[in-house]
Write a protein that binds this ligand. Structure first.
Ligand code: SF4
Length: 222
């Protein structure tokens, strides 16, 4: 079985550098991390473009909007009522506890920030780790459904592990390296969209040589 670092190198040498996350500021990463829940990235980009055109990509501007105004701006991202509420709660929290300064919140010890993020409404482990890694530049490995799918097929996971175990496994086996975690998550997403889809396209897959299940048991794969 290939190790996580071997798999990283296989993906990296095939796809090259991904330069993810496509955001101009850390706060834009936070917005994207909340809006991307239960939708695809194209819808998030449309919503962020609306926010940009309305000049509302700051904590202060989001707080100034009524919830209805914010809902309309982010409507393309789906679940817009729930997400508008979560975004405004996040902004009010940073305003109340960190003088409205996201850096003051993020630039502290990673575990402290993570534990605090997880107390906020609508912020689960994947959203928290995305914010930590891509906005806060903390070495926190992001796990998503693509990670679960790919690494089960590659034999690294059994498919029964929960989020904390998977995150811990990667963080124990990889060097503590923000750039590597950043690239790795982006490569996993890229690979699962291109080859390792729900119905995998195993022909020409760059991981075929190290995969335990190329073209086998496809009907049983998640
Ligand atoms: S060989 Fe098939 S199942 Fe294995 S990683 Fe590639 S696409 Fe996924």
């Amino acid at each position: 079985m290939a190790t996580p670092i071997q798999i990283y190198h296989a993906l990296q040498s095939y796809y090259g550098s991904r330069d993810w996350w496509p955001a101009e500021t850390p706060f834009e990463v936070v917005i994207g991390a909340i809006l991307t829940q239960n939708t695809n990235w194209n819808n998030v980009e449309t919503a962020i473009t609306s926010l940009r055109q309305a000049n509302t990509l700051t904590i202060n501007a989001i707080m100034q909007l009524s919830q209805q105004e914010l809902e309309q701006l982010i409507r393309p991202s789906g679940f817009f009522r729930q997400k508008a509420e979560r975004l405004q709660l996040f902004c009010h929290y940073i305003q109340q506890h960190y003088q409205g300064c996201l850096d003051n919140f993020l630039e502290r010890e990673m575990t402290l920030v993570r534990d605090e993020l997880l107390t906020l409404k609508g912020v689960g482990p994947e959203t928290a780790d995305s914010i930590l890694l891509y906005a806060g530049h903390h070495p926190s490995f992001v796990v998503d459904s693509y990670t679960m799918r790919l690494f089960k097929r590659l034999g690294v996971l059994t498919g029964t592990e929960k989020y904390p175990q998977v995150r811990a496994l990667f963080m124990a086996q990889l060097p503590v390296d923000v750039q590597l975690y950043n690239e790795y998550h982006a490569l996993i997403v890229n690979h699962c969209k291109e080859f390792c889809r729900k119905q995998p396209q195993c022909n020409n897959c760059p991981c075929a040589d190290i995969c335990l299940e190329p073209n086998r048991n496809i009907d049983k794969l998640p």
